[in-house]
Design a protein around this ligand. Structure first.
Ligand SMILES: O=C(O)CCC(=O)C(=O)O
Length: 197
């Protein structure tokens, strides 16, 4: 990266960091290199194409569209979803080729700047697929606390690496700006009074 590009990227990251603190999320274009994005798409599509031949250890890390109810797909029945994968859990275990992407120096730098600490631990990663027509929707939820992906306190950051883009027409993730500002106690209390995670 030229010095000028690197200065621009630092400015983009700083602006996203400020929005992250204000709104609870920030968007960075080109947070991951094109090469890593292409690699990730290739490896994920490979898994999709050989889904019937995966060893049991890898197969049990997948959530298939056909295992989810029709209501999550606007009524499209499970039998219409073929072999479409919805989630690949435990990314580095199922797709070791992508482990390097998770420690991409630019991503680490983003986490370090956003969380304002050098003490960073990897916690969890997964692939979420939203296939055209048969991809399930995801209802409103908080990522803290929940039963799947969060540590004991809300001192964590989720990076969503959008491999093929998100926009209003293709099921982009939405956020409630500012909803990160409630305390951990309030968030835990809200979940336990509802009886869910
Ligand atoms: O993929 C999405 O649109 C949302 C993902 C999400 O909320 C989650 O994984 O917790």
């Amino acid at each position: 990266m030229s010095r000028e590009n690197s200065k621009n990227q630092s400015k983009i990251i700083e602006e996203a960091r400020q929005r992250y603190h204000k709104n609870g999320f920030g968007i960075i274009q080109k947070g991951v290199s094109d090469g890593n994005v292409e690699l990730a798409i290739r490896v994920i599509e490979d898994i999709q194409s050989m889904v019937n031949d995966l060893p049991p250890g890898a197969r049990e890390k997948l959530v298939m569209e056909r295992d989810l109810p029709a209501r999550k797909r606007g009524g499209i029945e499970p039998c219409e979803t073929g072999n479409a994968i919805f989630i690949i859990n435990d990314l580095p275990e199922v797709l070791p080729e992508l482990a390097a992407l998770l420690i991409d120096p630019q991503l680490i730098e983003i986490v370090r700047l956003f969380l304002e600490t050098e003490d960073i631990r990897y916690h969890f990663s997964n692939v979420t697929m939203k296939r055209g027509r048969v991809g399930s929707g995801i209802s409103w939820h908080r990522d803290f606390p929940n039963q799947h992906i969060c540590p004991a306190r809300s001192s964590f950051l989720r990076l969503m690496i959008c491999l093929d883009g998100m926009d209003a027409g293709n099921g982009a993730t939405q956020f409630v700006a500012g909803s990160h500002l409630i305390s951990d106690e309030e968030a835990v209390g809200a979940v336990s009074s509802r009886g869910g995670g």
